[in-house]
Ligand binder design. Structure first.
Ligand SMILES: [Zn+2]
Length: 471
C-alpha cells in the first residue's frame, strides 16, 4: 500500500515538472510573440520627420493626363522575345513617345537625357547640393509577348473596363516607368528643384536579361565614378489577401532576389537501327534523369533568408495562433516550410526550385536543360516608409529576376518595390493574360514617386529599424 502511494507521488511530481517545463516553454513563445508586436509598432515613429514639400493634390486635368499617358505607353507593343528578337520600330516609337508626353522633363535644364544602347534611356536630374549622394530609380520599357486570342481585350489596346486599364505591361513594368516620369513631370511643373541629384534608368531588354540596356546604363554610370545612396526597382508589391491569416495589406520591399542557373544534361550513345535498339536508349537515360530531378527537390531552406524577417515582422498583424508560429520560426519553420512547399507559388520561397524547361530528342545527341532558381543569402538592407499613415513596409524576397542585378557595383542599398496592389487573382496576370492595373492604384503609384522624389531630398534618411528585425 505504502509502495503504491509512493509511486503515485513520484508520477505526480514528474507530471508537475513536465507541466511546469511546458508552461515555461509556452510563456517563452508568447513573450517572443508579443515582443515582436512591440517592435513592429515602433516602425511608424521613425518616419515622422518625412514631409513632402509639394502636395500631390492632382487636379482633374492632371488625372486625365496621367491616365492618357499610361494608355499611350501601353499601346506601343514593345515586345521582347529574345536578345535579337525584338521589334526595334516599337522601341524607337517608345523613345519618340516619351518627349511628347513629358515635355517639361525633356526641356528642363535640370535634366539631361541620353539614349543608351540605341533604345534605353538614362535621365540625370541635377540636384542643388553636390554633397548629397545621388540615388536612382529604374524601370523597363519592354514587355513579354501576349497572345491576343487568350485575352478579353486586345493586349495593346489599353482598354478601360470597370475602373481597370488592361494592357500588356500595365503591371510589368510600364506603370512604374510612366509613374516615375509622370511624377517628375508634375514636380518640375510645380517648380520643384531637387537638392539631391538622381538618375532614372529605363532599360529596353529586361525581359531577356537586360544585357544591353541596364548593363550598359550601369557601365556608363560606373565610368563616371558614380556611387548611389540607394536604388529602387520593380520586384515586389503591396500584397492584399495573399498572405494567409493577414487581413491587412502588406507592402513588401524585396531586398534580395533569387538567382538562376541553367544546366544542360546530355547523353551520347552509339547509334544503331531502331529495330535493334540497345538495352538502354539515350531517351530512356535522360527520362530517368528528369524523373530523378523531379523526385529529389533541393533541400528546404525556409527561415534562412530575408523571408524569415518578413514573416517575423508580419506576426503582430496575424491572428493567434499564427502570430505565435511566425514569431517563433526557430521552432516552427520545419512545419511552416512543409506547408508552404505544397503550393508552387510558396514552394519558391522555401527552396532552390528546379524546372526542366527544354528536352531535345530524336537526334543523335539528346539533351535537357534544367533551370535552377537558388535561394539567396541573407537580408542585406533596411526598409523605408513613405507615409506614416499608410502601409508598414516589410522586407522580402523577390522570386523573379530584375534589372537590379546589373547595378550591384553602384550601391548595396537595393530595393525592389512598386506600390501596386496585388491580389491573389492578379498573380497570374503578370506575364499572363488580362494584365491590368486599377486606375485609382495607378494614381497612387504616381503619387508615391511624387513623394519619394521629394523625401529623398532629406539630407539624412530616417534611421534604420534593422535592429528590430534581429530580435
Ligand atoms: Zn519587369
Amino acid at each position: 500500500m505504502k509502495n503504491t502511494k509512493g509511486k503515485i507521488k513520484v508520477t505526480l511530481i514528474i507530471l508537475l515538472v513536465l507541466l511546469s517545463v511546458f508552461l515555461i516553454f509556452l510563456s517563452a513563445l508568447l513573450i517572443r510573440t508579443y515582443t515582436f508586436s512591440a517592435a513592429g509598432n515602433q516602425d511608424r515613429s521613425s518616419f515622422d520627420t518625412v514631409v513632402a514639400g509639394f502636395a500631390a493634390n492632382f487636379s482633374k486635368t492632371e488625372r486625365t493626363r496621367l491616365l492618357d499617358n499610361l494608355k499611350g505607353a501601353l499601346r506601343i507593343p514593345t515586345v521582347n522575345r529574345g536578345a535579337t528578337d525584338f521589334d526595334s520600330s516599337s522601341l524607337e516609337e517608345f523613345g519618340n513617345f516619351l518627349p511628347k508626353v513629358f515635355p517639361t522633363v525633356f526641356s528642363s535644364n535640370l535634366v539631361q537625357h541620353e539614349i543608351i544602347a540605341n533604345y534605353s534611356h538614362l535621365f540625370t536630374v541635377r540636384g542643388s547640393n553636390d554633397s548629397l549622394q545621388p540615388y536612382m530609380l529604374i524601370a523597363h520599357l519592354d514587355v513579354v509577348p501576349a497572345l491576343e486570342e487568350e485575352w478579353d481585350v486586345p493586349p495593346f489596346s489599353a482598354e478601360e473596363r470597370d475602373g481597370y486599364l488592361y494592357g500588356r505591361g500595365a503591371m510589368d513594368d510600364k506603370a512604374s516607368l510612366m509613374g516615375i516620369l509622370q511624377a517628375l513631370e508634375f514636380l518640375l511643373k510645380r517648380g520643384y528643384k531637387p537638392c539631391r541629384s538622381f538618375y532614372i534608368g529605363i532599360g529596353h531588354d529586361e525581359e531577356v536579361g537586360g544585357n544591353n540596356g541596364a548593363r550598359n546604363i550601369a557601365t556608363v554610370l560606373q565610368s563616371r565614378g558614380i556611387k548611389l545612396s540607394f536604388l529602387l526597382d520593380e520586384g515586389s508589391f503591396i500584397l492584399s489577401g495573399i498572405v494567409p491569416g493577414l487581413n491587412k495589406n502588406a507592402a513588401i520591399i524585396a531586398t534580395s532576389e533569387k538567382g538562376f542557373a541553367t544546366i544542360s544534361l546530355s547523353v551520347s550513345v552509339d547509334t544503331g537501327h531502331s529495330s535493334m535498339p540497345p538495352k538502354e536508349t539515350s531517351i530512356g537515360i535522360l527520362a530517368a534523369a528528369v524523373s530523378k530531378l523531379e523526385k529529389n527537390p533541393m533541400p528546404r531552406m525556409f527561415g534562412q533568408g530575408p523571408e524569415r524577417g518578413l514573416f517575423e515582422h508580419l506576426s503582430p498583424q496575424l491572428r493567434f495562433p499564427l502570430n505565435m508560429v511566425m514569431a517563433n520560426l526557430w521552432l516552427f519553420s520545419p512545419i511552416v516550410s512543409r506547408m508552404m512547399e505544397k503550393k508552387p507559388s510558396t514552394n519558391s520561397l522555401v527552396r532552390t526550385t528546379t524546372a526542366v524547361t527544354e528536352f531535345y530528342a530524336g537526334i543523335k545527341i539528346k539533351a535537357i536543360r534544367v533551370f535552377y532558381a537558388p535561394c539567396p543569402g541573407l537580408i542585406t538592407a533596411v526598409s523605408k516608409s513613405r507615409d506614416r499613415k499608410c502601409y508598414k513596409y516589410k522586407l522580402g524576397l523577390c522570386i523573379a529576376n530584375t534589372d537590379t542585378r546589373h547595378y550591384l557595383k553602384l550601391t548595396k542599398q537595393l530595393y525592389r518595390f512598386i506600390p501596386m496592389i496585388l491580389k491573389q487573382e492578379d498573380l497570374t496576370r503578370i506575364h499572363g493574360v488580362n494584365e491590368r492595373i486599377s486606375i485609382k492604384n495607378y494614381e497612387e503609384i504616381v503619387e508615391f514617386y511624387f513623394r519619394l522624389l521629394q523625401n529623398s531630398d532629406l539630407s539624412s534618411l530616417p534611421p534604420s529599424h534593422i535592429s528590430s528585425c534581429n530580435l
